[in-house]
Design a protein around this ligand. Structure first.
Ligand SMILES: Nc1nc2c(ncn2[C@@H]2O[C@H](COP(=O)(O)OP(=O)(O)OP(=O)(O)O)[C@@H](O)[C@H]2O)c(=O)[nH]1
Ligand SMILES: [Mg+2]
Length: 302
């Protein structure tokens, strides 16, 4: 049997639904999802099989105008993912249409993606009347030579199979790159940290989710089959620590419970999760924090 294998980068504005699509393609939660922008911080791979093809989806951080070092490193990671991929899928939100952000992405694609296979996925079609889709698709196709256009709902799964089947056909011939049963290549320690960050992002308001990072400090597989996991949440200010802890530690407790419940389900075993909050005013400029997130610190240089 001839096999195929290749990389598909999912790019788009923050919140476009890239991580939701990755999870839908893989059939499991590999990348965290929230209703807030800039949830994904680094490239996250998920593996899907379609007939004789192994498709390695690369979820990327959203593309936006970066302000901080972390933002720049995230945007660089996203474009880096696109540069390495066999196929790029640009995701657009149907109800938002061609925003300024989308225009900027199309400009960069025009400059950098010459001769590459770029597909358009108009996502969240469940949020619009079908009448608007044709016009949006025509508008976008007039702006960039997309190889193919798909109308999808990453969340509901509409159109996702068609997209996957088409992508499989675009994959170059070659041996599979991951074992057949592997769906992700992020270390479990990192997935565990991401899950905690997802729960923090869901619970905290305004700027706070963007001012913190989570690292797994230790992971002990115990004799009784349970896992003991210690994590540190780094925040930049004393005030943030107070908000994170909440009254009588209620907030951090609720976050820990939600993260633990999800980890237990994912790992199918008992989990003891310990969260510690550390104030580290300069964590956003510390190289070690970036490598823990899977980002290149030097990408943040101006
Ligand atoms: N209604 C609707 N909501 C969707 C769909 N796909 C994703 N969403 C929602 O859109 C929000 C953002 O989804 P994500 O998958 O985190 O988006 P993202 O592109 O990965 O965002 P960043 O990581 O911030 O760049 C979440 O609340 C999703 O549930 C869809 O097809 N329909
Ligand atoms: Mg994401």
């Amino acid at each position: 049997m001839t096999t195929r294998a290749g990389f598909v980068a999912l790019i788009g504005e923050p919140n476009a639904g890239k991580s939701t699509l990755l999870n839908q393609m893989v059939g499991a939660k590999v990348s965290i999802v929230t209703h807030k922008v800039q949830t994904t911080r680094a490239r996250i791979r998920g593996v899907a099989l379609e007939g004789d093809a192994q498709i390695i989806f690369v979820d990327t951080p959203g593309l936006f105008r970066p302000r901080r070092r972390l933002d720049r490193a995230m945007v660089a990671a996203a474009w880096g993912g696109a540069a390495d991929a066999d196929v790029i899928v640009l995701m657009i939100e149907a109800h938002r249409g061609v925003t300024e952000g989308v225009e900027r992405i199309l400009e960069t694609l025009t400059e950098t993606a010459e001769g590459r296979t770029v597909a358009l996925a108009i996502n969240k079609i469940d949020r619009v009347k079908s009448g608007v889709l044709l016009g949006l698709s025509q508008d976008l196709n007039a702006r960039f030579p997309f190889a193919q256009t798909f109308m999808i709902s990453a969340e509901k799964g509409y159109g996702v199979e068609d997209l996957r089947a088409w992508l499989a056909g675009e994959m170059p011939e070659g041996p599979w790159l991951y074992p057949e049963d592997q769906i992700a290549d992020l270390p479990m320690r990192m997935i565990a940290a991401e899950i905690t960050r997802e729960k923090l992002t869901l619970r905290l308001h305004q700027e706070l989710p963007y001012q913190l990072t989570v690292e797994t400090e230790s992971w002990e597989d115990r004799k009784d089959g349970s896992a003991r996991i210690e994590q540190t949440v780094y925040v930049a200010r004393d005030g943030h620590k107070g908000i994170l802890l909440g009254k009588k530690g209620e907030t951090i407790k609720a976050v820990g419970q939600a993260a633990r419940a999800e980890l237990e389900e994912m790992l199918d075993r008992r989990v003891h999760l310990f969260l510690q909050v550390k104030v580290r005013p300069n964590w956003l400029d510390e190289a070690a924090r970036y490598s823990a997130m899977g980002l290149d610190f030097s990408d943040g240089n101006t």
